[in-house]
Design a protein around this ligand. Structure first.
Ligand code: UDP
Ligand code: MN
Length: 383
């Protein structure tokens, strides 16, 4: 009886979503899913039995039995045709439905016509990722946001390059995703009022300076930034010159400004700097790579008009689909390439010091992208 009930629910759902869909899944899962064809057989059997009864009764010419058979048929069709009170779910017929934990199934939210690609630049932050992936997956599901998490794991021996990894993530993520989140792995939104909506009018800076636990200067756009796919392409993504920690987000700010894209931010939240996000960052364990070598300091102070999304050089060593506590994620193991003529500072191991600015040719001052920081006002001691 219990088995019948389970099968019956699946049959009903599949019938409502169209037999073709059920059939597609059944055939794609055929090696591992003996239940799919059983549903169909069960359904065909039921219809067959009802009509066999009708035929027998016609032969016996018993009008009362004929009535019973007609009523049964009518009830059967009513049963599969009536909408259920449960919220709409994708048709997940077959074994998949019973063998995976329910929150591991990719959810689609039919009322959200947009899809977000969360791009996570990553290297050696395993514990943070284990916490981040299920947390953000559940957070976004509660907001009914269609999304997919991409972890772009830098596996070469060069210095970390957050900006280039975001360019790679953009190029490797599905074009079904019409907006991206440039998202740090160590920043968790705590307040459900923090929204990840489609940034219709212009980039939306989720971790705004008045909410980020650490950075509070007005032009800050790091941490979590939502950008429409076409806007990201329009500014040619981020510069590929930023190896090591810092300034790549400030250079991106200059790109957005130049493109006259307005940046939007959350307003009127019930939380502030201390309780809107959790920054999972112990600065002794997760040291920021602030080394400067060659002429890095001088070059990276300026707007870059030569490199970006269109020039990033990389290869994908492997692509893994994994699930962390119910959150499906794609891990892209990326090997970045460095042009050592233009950016020799992608590798500072030869302990070449930083070239003093006095030895360099003067540069255009309007191209400087370094924010003026008042340490007391613009920086908290978080992380
Ligand atoms: N990151 C990483 N490994 C590193 C450095 C950075 O995965 O070695 C990624 C990670 O997503 C992190 C983001 O880059 O959240 C920003 O770096 P970090 O936290 O060091 O900068 P902060 O914003 O705290 O100054
Ligand atoms: Mn951090």
């Amino acid at each position: 009886m219990t088995t019948w009930r389970q099968d019956d629910l699946s049959v009903r759902k599949c019938v409502r979503h169209g037999l073709s869909k059920a059939h597609e899944r059944d055939s794609s899962l055929s090696s591992s899913s003996p239940r799919g064809p059983q549903h169909l057989r069960f359904q065909v059997l039921l219809v067959w039995e009802v009509w066999a009864a009708v035929a027998a009764m016609m032969r016996l010419r018993r009008p009362s039995s004929l009535l019973w058979a007609a009523a049964l048929t009518f009830m059967f069709f009513l049963y599969i045709a009536l909408p259920s009170s449960a919220p709409p779910e994708p048709c997940l017929c077959g074994q998949q439905q019973h063998s995976l934990p329910p929150n591991a199934l990719p959810k689609t939210h039919p009322l959200d016509k947009h899809k977000l690609a969360l791009l996570i630049p990553f290297r050696d932050r395993f514990e943070e990722l284990l916490e981040f992936a299920p947390f953000i997956h559940n957070f976004l599901n509660k907001q009914h946001k269609n999304h997919h998490i991409y972890v772009i794991n830098q596996v070469d021996n060069l210095r970390f390059n957050r900006a280039s990894l975001l360019n790679v993530g953009f190029l490797e993520s599905s074009v079904d995703c019409d907006y991206i989140a440039m998202h740090d792995v160590d920043l968790l939104p705590l307040n459900p009022e923090v929204r990840y909506q489609f940034p219709e009018e212009g980039p939306y800076h989720v971790s705004a300076p008045h909410l980020h636990p650490r950075y509070h200067y007005p032009t800050f756009i790091g941490g979590i930034l939502l950008v429409r796919r076409e806007h990201f392409r329009h500014v040619d993504g981020l510069s590929n010159k930023y190896w090591g920690w810092g300034l790549e987000d400030d250079e991106f700010y200059a790109r957005l400004k130049e493109a006259k894209l307005e940046i939007f931010r959350p307003g009127n939240l019930t939380s502030g700097i201390k309780d809107t996000f959790r920054h999972v960052h112990d600065q002794r364990r997760r040291r920021r790579d602030m080394i400067k070598c060659y002429n890095q300091q001088e070059v990276t102070r300026h707007r870059d008009r030569h490199t970006g999304l269109s020039t990033v050089k990389y290869s994908i060593q492997s692509r893994k689909e994994v699930t962390i506590d119910g959150a499906p994620i794609t891990i892209l193991n990326a090997v970045l390439e460095c042009d050592k003529v233009t950016t020799p500072w992608c590798d500072c191991t030869e302990s070449i010091g930083n070239t003093p600015r006095s030895q360099l040719a003067p540069s255009k001052s309007e191209d400087v992208i370094v924010p003026r920081l008042n340490r007391k006002k613009h920086l908290s001691h978080d992380g």
